[in-house]
Design a protein around this ligand. Structure first.
Ligand code: MSK
Length: 655
């Protein structure tokens, strides 16, 4: 060995990254490893991400390519057609946003179609569970309800919702009027008001086709307009009409994680997104005749659990326990205890069927839009919804006797969920004076420094739940109220952070408010489409007064620490286009397109007051979000701690 080799510093071997911080997940991952079973956690090590595509430097839009803008001076290179790095990156973002918007909005459209069918009596098992909300939605849509039967109002509401998709509701989506006045003016001035959900998605696909829109900034404006058709359109309609049909959530208790599976009962998991199916599965699993059928097979009962956002839909309204988030779908099957996994659309891995074949699990697809080779397909339709749901549940029951060895990790987290925007309003102000005033006052007096939404998915490229849990804990410690949706909420649920006891981890100010109101410092608002509830809350906080006149004035932010899909990018974009500061973890999908990175951060901040930025380090995300919140507090003049003045009776009277 030469001298120079001897003195060369040895390259430190990188420690393998932990797969998860969830002990239940780690237990099943170890079992899978020992038995040679492939999972998303093992495949992610085998499949290295393509570095060119990962940074937004690959254009695959036509057969002249794919073009790879790499090497020295990559920023100055162009594709064969002359497309710049900026155009390529912007086209990627706009197509991703359009994909996400299409997914959420097709979900919303299906709920509207179900409401229309209910109004005409063409369904089995559904009814209008929250008539008050139906009338509030009708008012919001300027539909007169005077002297009309409830079903006629429902038909008009459903039709107006459907018109929002088709673009025949008018020049602007109906719910744009729910945004603060100033926000609406910003959108109108910039031409960002969405005209119809379908129209914006189609226009995005057209403008990103080769040879059409070639200006990155102009393309990304269309990305914002399309995303707004989700947040203030498809997703908001999905949330409101789901509340009308299935009930508006109120707080309830439950548990989360793989430990909710039961060894002596038929375990059925609902997985995917749309509540139309899962609501009927809940009803079928509670049907005494079906339960008796399960007993006849030797089971003690039927245990229903959820994965992903379907889990959130049935948790929020029925307290059905989530068995876990996105990365738990395979792990649940590997416990050997799942007799049927019923799926509809979105976030369902194709790996489930080959895995289910190694165990006894029956994978049942139900949507006419989504089939999986070799899975059992039972097509769902609203006209025969309850009968179909009962048939599906019976298939799970029949499969109970085929179980082999079962290994359920004994971990669960207690949780409180069910915080709809209506309930938060009521909780803060009370029955007779429901209002966001106490929240605004406590933000103004500094007991609450601000609010942050921690939302989105899991991604096996990062340690499962780690970023989400770190940020939740650190933010509440700094007197930040946290709201959650999607799989990020499951992470907190599994780790016991969605309980009132969590207020012990909160800063003194936040703790005091939580004690006074009787709320946990981390609020579960629902599924991914329910991110629209956050937009509604922000609009109401602005309307309440004292914190500026637009969402961009508020000391708030949104973080998606473990995103993986296009839907997350759509949500992040509509939040930024609505004026929020949005940070994504994992990686920047257009990192090498500096023009696009700059437009979505500095450009959008100047244009719409919000930003979409990417930062893989959780500690840096925390710093960035806290400094943004302080910046907003300073701009509002509420950054200095005010001396607390005790008022005498005269001063109180004056007030
Ligand atoms: S399910 S979109 S992994 S949050 Fe909504 Fe979870 Fe993300 Fe699917």
């Amino acid at each position: 060995m030469s001298d120079s080799e001897e003195t060369k510093p040895k390259k430190k071997k990188e420690e393998p990254r932990a797969k998860s911080i969830d002990p239940a997940a780690l237990e099943v991952i170890a079992k899978a490893g020992a038995e040679g079973i492939s999972t998303v956690f093992s495949r992610v090590d085998e499949m290295k991400a393509c570095p060119i595509g990962a940074a937004g430097s690959c254009c695959q839009l036509c057969a002249m390519g794919p073009c790879r803008l790499v090497g020295k001076n990559a920023e100055e290179k162009t594709g064969i057609c002359g497309a710049t790095h900026g155009t390529i990156g912007a086209r990627y973002m706009v197509r991703a946003i359009a994909g996400g918007v299409a997914a959420h909005s097709d979900h919303g459209r299906d709920i509207a179609r179900t409401l229309l069918a209910v109004s005409k009596g063409n369904v089995q098992g559904y009814s209008i569970k929250d008539p008050d909300k139906l009338y509030r939605v009708a008012e919001m849509m300027s539909i007169s309800t005077d002297g009309k039967e409830m079903n006629d109002v429902a038909a008009e509401v459903a039709q107006k919702a459907l018109d929002n998709f088709n673009g025949v509701a008018g020049d602007e989506l109906t719910y744009v009027s729910r945004a603060p006045q100033k926000r609406q003016e910003i959108w109108r001035k910039l031409g960002l008001v969405p005209r119809g959900v379908d129209r914006e998605v189609v226009e995005s696909m057209h403008r990103t086709h080769v040879g059409v829109d070639q200006d990155a900034d102009h393309l990304l404006d269309q990305g914002m307009r399309t995303s707004l058709a989700d947040g203030w359109g498809g997703a908001m309609l999905a949330t409101d009409l789901s509340d009308v049909l299935f009930g508006t959530p109120k707080p309830l208790i439950s548990q989360a994680n793989l430990g909710v599976l039961k060894e002596d009962e038929v375990n059925i998991i609902v997985h995917g997104h749309e509540p139309t199916l899962s609501e009927m599965i809940v009803a079928a699993a509670q049907d005494p005749e079906v339960i008796e059928y399960a007993r006849s097979k030797g089971a003690a009962g039927i245990n229903l659990a959820g994965i992903c956002c379907t889990a959130n839909e049935v948790l929020m309204r029925h307290g059905i326990p989530p068995a876990g988030n996105f990365l738990h779908q395979e792990l649940a099957i590997i416990t050997g205890a799942v007799d049927a996994m019923i799926v509809d659309v979105q976030c369902v891995m194709q790996a489930l069927q080959p895995l289910a074949e190694k165990f006894h699990t029956k994978l049942i697809t139900t949507s006419p839009k989504a089939k999986i080779p070799n899975a059992t397909h039972v097509e769902f339709d609203e006209e025969h919804a309850l009968d179909i749901a009962k048939d599906i549940v019976r298939m799970g029951v029949d499969n109970y006797v085929n179980r082999g060895e079962v290994a359920i990790p004994q971990y669960t987290g207690d949780l409180v969920a069910g915080f709809s925007h209506e309930y938060i309003n009521y909780m803060l102000g009370g029955k007779y004076r429901a209002s966001f005033r106490p929240l605004n006052d406590n933000i103004m007096n500094g007991k609450i420094q601000g609010a942050v939404a921690i939302v989105g998915c899991n991604n096996p490229r990062v340690t499962q739940d780690e970023g989400i849990i770190y940020l939740v804990r650190e933010l509440i410690k700094r007197d930040i109220l946290v709201v959650q949706t999607g799989c990020a909420a499951h992470a907190s649920a599994k780790h016991g952070l969605l309980t009132p006891e969590t207020m012990e981890m909160a800063g003194d100010g936040l703790k005091e408010v939580c004690e006074a109101v009787g709320m946990p410092p981390v609020l579960h608002l629902g599924s991914c489409v329910d991110n629209s509830r956050i937009l509604t809350i922000l609009s109401q906080v602005v309307e309440e007064g004292g914190l500026g006149d637009d969402i961009s004035d508020l000391p708030v932010a949104a973080i998606c620490p473990e995103y993986y899909c296009e839907k997350a990018l759509a949500i992040g974009t509509y939040a930024a286009a609505s004026g929020a500061y949005v940070v994504f973890g994992v990686r920047n999908p257009v990192a090498d397109c500096t023009e696009v990175v700059d437009i979505m951060s500095n450009g959008w901040e100047k244009k719409v007051g919000g930003q979409l930025v990417f930062e893989p380090e959780n500690e840096k995300i925390l710093e960035m979000v806290m400094s943004h919140i302080q910046k907003k507090r300073e701009a509002l003049g509420i950054h200095e701690e005010k001396e607390r003045v005790l008022l005498d009776m005269a001063a109180r009277r004056e007030l």
